[in-house]
Design a protein around this ligand. Sequence first.
Ligand code: ADP
Ligand code: MG
Length: 281
Amino acid sequence: MSDMAGNGLTIRCEELVHIYRTGDVDVVAVRGVDLDVDAGERLALLGPSGSGKSTLLGMLGGLIPLSAGRAWIGDDEIGRLTERQLLRMRADRVGFVLQGAARNLFPYGTATDNVRFAQRSASRARRGDLLAPAEVLDALGLADIAEQPMASLSGGEQQRVALAVAVANGPGLLLADEPTSQLDEPARDAVLDLLDAVNERFGTTIVVVTHDEEVGRRLGRTVSMRFGQVGHEGRHDGQFTVVGKDGSVHLPDDVLAAWPPGTQVVVERDGDQVRLRRRDS
Ligand code: ADP
Ligand code: MG
């Protein structure tokens, strides 16, 4: 991790699509996602199981190919990178924490060993700028467990080390899939504190997949997915629905519960105001 603030990377997605082809069945997991994230921004991807969150995250991390659409991480258009360039991107510029990744750290190694090992993949040009493993752990509030073997740590501590390992090479973007899903509230809050520290100290852009609305609230911006599409967005100052390129509008979950798909809705325009009501009401 280089000790520079403001190295955050932007994300730009245009009409991203991913189709899993399994035998005769095609599953369209991501269907036309447009998304912009600013450098240093923190974002939670929310949505029910199967809505395409992990697939979208994997596409942003260069782990899952784009079936259609275009995406840029900083100045790099990921669909145009070779396999080798994608590897380089993941080693230096994009930190990725898979769901349950804490279990895959070296169990007999200490937190410091695990960070040191991750730094071996940094490019030569970058190696001179990296913080020492102890400094990485110290910056993220993990100094007191730095010399503990992973196997002796709690699930929440392991998750925090997994995140520290992911940012060991000073990436401008951190992608984490359900980093708090198995944790109790204090452990979850400790993970969120660590994400704050990564973001504030290093300027890293952060995208987290989560089921937990509280995680979304703490990160400040939420993007909700449903059936592979981005529906509504939330920020500190309120909830928004984004009008799609095809003119479609996603209803908030509570409205959708009352108005299931197929409900006929009357759209009434009154000056600047637009009101929706059920046809039969
Ligand atoms: P989420 O992370 O929101 O739960 P996913 O991105 O994992 O959603 O999955 C989106 C859709 O893609 C689901 O319908 C899921 O069953 C399907 N899917 C995910 N991974 C695969 C795969 N490797 N092969 C086939 N279908 C998949
Ligand atoms: Mg998932």
